[in-house]
Structures are given as structure tokens and as C-alpha cells.
Design a binder for this molecule. Structure first.
Ligand code: DQA
Length: 139
């Protein structure tokens, strides 16, 4: 099956940024290992720091793939436009956060996206992307 991972703002700095919260592994290394572990899955990857580019990508893959794994970063807590994009497409979307957002600042406790998603995974580090993939493959 075809699954797309979309990472939002600042997630290009994984392994460099706030390591005590997000860990020291870069996403490229993690993604290579994930692809090796799931050879039957066509796993696409897209990262952008721009809200509109994330929306364009959701439109592009959201009718053409079996699922989207989305870590929208801080846009999770602000973006009605990304929430609407998720509602607009047919592919199921799983919301992922590397950190446990509920153990952090209260402004990270609310997600505009979650109600339009199949489910939410947070607090398991990068393994959350694998858990999201499992959930999309077993439906
Ligand atoms: C994050 C959590 C968000 O609150 C934050 O703005 C991020 C990363 C996470 O993966 O834990 O950029 O989505």
C-alpha cells in the first residue's frame, strides 16, 4: 500500500533541535530503517515549514494513497485550514507527535486536527510513526 508521512514546521531539525524533547535521531536515518522494516509499503515522505505547502500535499496524496501520517508540529494547535484539508480528503489521517504533548505546556493540549483524524499517537518518540503505520495497515 501507499502511505505518505507529512512532517510540518521545524521537524527538518530533528536530531538537532531540542534533543531532550525530540531525541537525537535525524528523520532521514529513521525513515530508512522504517522503509527497510516495511518493504511492501510504498512510503513517501514530505516535510515543509509552510502551512499552504502542507495543505497542497494533503490534497495531492489524500485521494491517491491508503493513508497519511501527519505531524503538523505547532500548526496542530493553530490551523483550522489544515483541519479542513484533512476533512476534505478520503485517505485516513493519523496525527502523530513525538513528544507527549499532554505533559507539556497547556497550549499544546488542544489539536484542531484530531477530530478529523482516525486517531492520535503521541509520546512514543519516533516509534509513533511506526505505530501510526501499523494502524493504517490493519484496518
Ligand atoms: C510536536 C509537538 C508540537 O507541540 C510542537 O510544536 C512540535 C512537535 C511533536 O512531534 O511532539 O513542533 O508535534
Amino acid at each position: 500500500s501507499r502511505i505518505t508521512i507529512i512532517n510540518g514546521p521545524n521537524l527538518n531539525l530533528l536530531g538537532i533541535r531540542e534533543k531532550s524533547i525530540y531525541g537525537d535521531q535525524d528523520f532521514t536515518t529513521f525513515l530508512a530503517a522504517l522503509r527497510d522494516a516495511y518493504p511492501a509499503v510504498a512510503l513517501s515522505y514530505f516535510q515543509s515549514n509552510h502551512e499552504g505547502a502542507i495543505i497542497d500535499k494533503i490534497h495531492e496524496v489524500g485521494f491517491a494513497t491508503e493513508g497519511i501520517i501527519l505531524n503538523a508540529g505547532a500548526y496542530t494547535h493553530t490551523s483550522l485550514a489544515i483541519a479542513d484539508a484533512i476533512a476534505a480528503v478520503t485517505a485516513p489521517v493519523v496525527e502523530v507527535h513525538i513528544s507527549n504533548v499532554y505533559a507539556r505546556e497547556s497550549y499544546r493540549h488542544h489539536s484542531y486536527l484530531a477530530k478529523n483524524c482516525k486517531g492520535v499517537i503521541c509520546g512514543f518518540g519516533l516509534d509513533g510513526y511506526r505505530l501510526a503505520l501499523e494502524s493504517l495497515l490493519t484496518r
